[in-house]
Design a protein around this ligand. Structure first.
Ligand code: AMP
Length: 313
C-alpha cells in the first residue's frame, strides 16, 4: 500500500517553523509511490515548478470527488499520456443553482484518497472555496458557442459559466499538458475544449468514453441518490439512446425516432428535460442528418435525481 502524505497547509505547519511544502518534500517528492494532498496555491505552484524543472509531463483530472469507476478510467487514461497525474477534488459552488444539490452533493474524501493511492495517482489538488473564490471575487468566464445550444444550458442557465470559470482556474493553476474530461458530460467536454483553445492555454483537452454499469446506466456520483425502484428504471435512458441511434443509423427519420424515444423515456417513469440529436462537433441542430456526425443527448429526472447521458450515432 503506498504511503499517504497529507499536506495540511496553514497553522500546524507554520507552528513548526517549516513551510508546508518542505515538510512534504523531505518525505516524498511527487513520486509514483506517494499521494500528495495539496491545499494551497503556493504549494501547488511549488510542486508544478518542481515537475517542470524535472521535465515531467503533467495530466490533470478535474473532479468534484465522490469518485467512481468513471473517474478512475480518466486517471488510467491520463497515466498513459503523462508522467504525473494530478486529480483535483473541488465541489464547485458556482456551478450549482440555489435550488440544486450543493449542500447534499456526496463527499467521500477518505474513500477518494484511498482509491487514488491504489491507482497510484501522484497528487490531489484540493483547494478550499476561499482559495478558489477569494473575498471580492469578481471575474467570471461566460462561454458561448457549445455552451449556448439549448441543451444543458436551457435547464441549468448558471451551469456553464460556473464550469468554465472553475476549469479555466484549474488549468491556469496546474498548467497541465493534458486534461481529461469524460464524454459522460458531453456538452461540458465541448465547452472546455473550446475554452482551452480560445484562451490559448497549453493544455490539450482529452475526452474519455462513458463508463457504464452492466445494465447500461452511466456511472455518476448522483446515482447513489436513486431509490431501488428508480435505480431499476434508470437504464431506460441508455436503452432508448441505443434504440434511437440504431434506427437513425438505419436511415430512420430523425424527428420521428426522437419522438418515439421521448415517449419511451416518459413511459419508463422519467420527467424528460430533453432528448435531441445534434451535430457531434458543434452541438448545433442537425442541418444535414445524412452526412453530419450525430450525437444523441438526453437529460431526464426520476424522483429528485436528474440524470444525463449521450451516445454517438
Ligand atoms: P464530476 O466529478 O461529476 O464533475 O466528474 C468529473 C469528470 O469525470 C468529468 O470530466 C466527467 O465527465 C467524468 N465522468 C463522470 N462520470 C463519468 C463516467 N461514467 N464515465 C466517464 N467519465 C465520467
Amino acid at each position: 500500500m503506498p504511503k499517504l502524505i497529507i499536506n495540511r497547509a496553514g497553522a500546524a505547519e507554520n507552528a513548526t517553523g517549516v513551510p508546508a511544502l518542505q515538510l512534504v518534500k523531505m518525505k516524498s517528492g511527487l513520486s509514483k509511490r506517494h499521494l500528495r494532498v495539496i491545499r494551497t496555491l503556493p504549494n501547488l505552484r511549488h510542486a508544478i515548478a518542481e515537475l517542470r524543472a524535472r521535465q515531467r509531463t503533467v495530466a490533470l483530472v478535474p473532479t468534484m470527488g465522490a469518485l467512481h469507476a468513471g473517474h478512475f478510467s480518466l486517471v488510467k487514461i491520463a497515466q498513459r499520456r503523462a508522467d504525473r497525474i494530478i486529480v483535483s477534488i473541488f465541489v464547485n459552488p458556482t456551478q450549482f443553482a440555489p435550488n440544486e444539490d450543493l449542500s447534499t452533493y456526496p463527499r467521500t474524501w477518505s474513500a477518494d484518497l484511498a482509491a487514488l493511492m491504489e491507482l497510484k495517482a501522484d497528487a490531489v489538488w484540493a483547494p478550499s472555496v476561499e482559495t478558489m473564490y477569494p473575498e471580492g471575487f469578481a471575474t467570471r468566464i461566460v462561454p458561448e458557442g457549445p455552451a449556448t445550444v439549448r441543451l444543458e444550458d436551457a435547464f441549468r442557465p448558471h451551469f456553464f459559466a460556473g464550469v468554465a470559470t472553475v476549469v479555466a482556474k484549474l488549468l491556469i493553476q496546474c498548467e497541465p499538458d493534458v486534461a481529461m474530461f469524460g464524454e459522460k458530460d458531453y456538452q461540458q467536454l465541448k465547452v472546455v475544449t473550446r475554452l482551452a483553445r480560445d484562451l490559448g492555454l497549453r493544455t490539450r483537452i482529452i475526452g474519455a468514453p462513458v463508463v457504464r454499469e452492466k445494465d447500461g446506466l452511466a456511472l455518476s456520483s448522483r446515482n447513489r441518490y436513486l431509490t431501488p425502484e428508480e435505480r431499476a428504471a434508470a437504464p431506460a435512458l441508455y436503452r432508448v439512446l441505443k434504440e434511437c441511434a440504431g434506427r437513425i443509423r438505419a436511415g430512420g427519420p430523425v424527428e420521428a425516432v426522437l419522438d418515439d424515444g421521448r415517449a419511451a423515456i416518459t413511459r419508463a417513469g422519467f420527467a424528460l428535460d430533453y432528448l435531441d440529436a445534434r451535430n457531434a462537433e458543434t452541438l448545433a441542430p442537425l442541418a444535414a442528418p445524412t452526412v453530419e456526425p450525430i450525437r444523441l443527448l438526453v437529460a431526464a429526472r426520476i424522483g429528485t435525481t436528474r440524470l444525463i447521458d449521450n451516445l454517438r450515432v
